[in-house]
Design a protein around this ligand. Sequence first.
Ligand code: NAP
Length: 295
Amino acid sequence: MEKTATLIDGKKTAQQIRNEIKAEVATIVDKHEKGPHLAAIIVGDDPASQTYVASKERAAKSVGMTSSTYRYPEETTEEELLSAIDFLNNDSEIDGFIVQLPLPAHINVDKVIDRIDPSKDVDGFHPVNVGKMAIGQPAYVSATPAGILELLKRYKIETEGKHCVVLGRSNIVGSPLSILMAKKAYPGNATVTVCHSKTQNLAGITKTADILICAIGSPQFVKAGMVKEGAVVIDVGIHRISADNEKGYRLVGDVAFDEVAKKAAYITPVPGGVGPMTIAMLLKNTLSAAKKEFY
Ligand code: NAP
């Protein structure tokens, strides 16, 4: 029989986490008569962003949280958006909120993130939270990296002393992951290499990875020839490619799944791997906000 990797089931794991959160939310509601409240700001009508915000809202409600979405038109000015953020910062009913990215080009995203009260920044994008994460202080960790760590933990994957290669250095995925995987912690204690578009001999490096985390944003970029036999492969990418089915498309990751699964020991599928974990960890951050765990 042909050998294939063990699937790291993000959908199932995310559901477990959501059940755990739901139980805690019920206790909070019993005690305080009010559940955690997650709010989202969305500017413009980018369809992907609309879908993400709608699924965050559904997920929050499914665990008993209150959820509200503040919608603003594409032509909203930066000043107007900053005022909306001030309003949520000062609203004691709201425990945490996110500003859905990307924002229209005329708005400075750094200015917007800077304006969010770090104690309500459940996306973990504010420089204060990024800084605290980097020096190992308790803080909101950006949901996708947090979800990946949680998968490694729940699948009891050994990370200590392993070579972890992170493909990508974005502020929301690659960079925080590279910091977290090198921390004196579990998961962590790995020897980390970060690769990006200027990296030379990419395949030579990825082939030495015991743990390969792919957040490159390029469909099926990572082929079997770039992967070490027995590696743990985490696929962060998510892309629509055209397919001969009813929808006319299917979802794929940054990894050529079929060929890499024959070589890896563990692999996350797309869909059903990292994606569902991202929303589960956003809910976990919102629960932490309601419990005032970090601030
Ligand atoms: P990003 O901001 O576009 O960053 C991509 C990174 O990959 C950059 O650091 C870039 O290098 C590097 N890169 C691009 N092409 C490369 C190449 N040919 N060789 C080596 N490095 C290369 O993307 P992101 O926001 O981190 O997201 C990555 C992927 O994950 C996307 O597909 C995104 O949709 C997906 N994503 C999924 C979730 C989820 O919940 N599942 C969450 C977030 C993101 P430079 O820095 O040199 O440009």
